[in-house]
Design a protein around this ligand. Sequence first.
Ligand code: NAD
Ligand code: IPM
Ligand code: MN
Length: 361
Amino acid sequence: MNYRVAIIPGDGIGPEITREARKVLDRVCAIYGHSFEYKEILLGGASIDVHGIPLTEEAIKEARNSDSILMGSIGGDAKSSPWYQLEPEKRPEAGLLKIRKELNLFANVRPAYLYKELKEACPLRDEIIGNGFDMVIMRELTGGLYFGERKTFIENGIEKAIDTLAYDEKEIRRIAKRAFEIAIKRRKKVCSVDKANVLDSSRLWRKVVEEVAKDYPEVMLEHMLIDNCAMQLVKDPKQFDVILTENMFGDILSDEASMVTGSIGMLSSASLNEGKLGLYEPSHGSAPDIAGKDIANPIATILSAAMMLRYSFDLEKEADAIETAVKQVLIDSYRTVDIMSKGKTLVGTIKMGDLITERIR
Ligand code: NAD
Ligand code: IPM
Ligand code: MN
């Protein structure tokens, strides 16, 4: 089959890691007889440098016309990059929020899985790790604080800023359904995370999630407050199967979950809408501190490409082939610096991409 894939290299390490993911995809094509037609799209700082804005209408059109989108990461160092001299709505991150909203990518799936081989990279003690853990964070992606009204103004001579956190029941219902659908195929547990002891939006969240749960009697539902959840993730990550939460809580919890799996460089993600088009990107950022050094871990992006094959193209076997190749490289003891431990072989970004590519069967 032929698939149109929009590629967003982005900024910082973005171009380095997407290059490796493309290499892996090309190998999958050659072995399984598909063809991917790539089209590069500018987003973030890369787009600002050319067009003065982080995402053009043209780029949105290209994205819409593709079968799916594979992205690296966007953004720069807020202290030194000229992009952060611009007004907030012209900065790199605004482009990312815009593409998520325009394509209605409300469901952000972030699987956090500890490979046995990466036990040494996990900062938790052996007795906490046990046989490892395997959870999915289902993060709402087009609502909440990120998209509420915001302003900065002067009141009585004092500078003030406001951000609003709003959700309606429809937005909550559709993401909750997604979480239950995923849980049904896994260990059948949903932990819905909120701050219902303080926030009205969380109280509505809880009520709607309870309603949705009635349609999935075989799935066990638990509610947890966000502060407790942040603590439980390091105390006993094994307890989690599917974590369902709103936009900002999900942003924070997914970075935390990534670290208990060894490194943020391992955490893939899929941002999905009601249809088949998805945006696949690692959960981490553009890592300006290590950009251009050939040391970034490309695995999160490569695993995101595998998610693309599975969710957007229904290419199960091909997605499995990528995941198996990643696992094999870890079994064969190759590590980028972020997951390095004693006795393993240290490799750079390009070499890691090559090693995974060679192992695609
Ligand atoms: P970051 O995720 O870029 O980096 C945090 C730390 O993790 C850094 O030490 C970095 O070197 C390390 N790291 C990240 N990815 C890695 C990888 N693949 N391999 C090895 N190490 C890796 O977060 P930050 O520094 O807070 O943000 C940098 C920029 O990225 C900001 O402009 C931010 O807005 C942006 N950002 C973009 C996305 C995205 O595009 N989806 C996500 C998060 C942050
Ligand atoms: C992520 C990132 C983005 C977010 C930023 C760059 C806007 O941190 O994808 O996790 O907060 O959603
Ligand atoms: Mn984040």
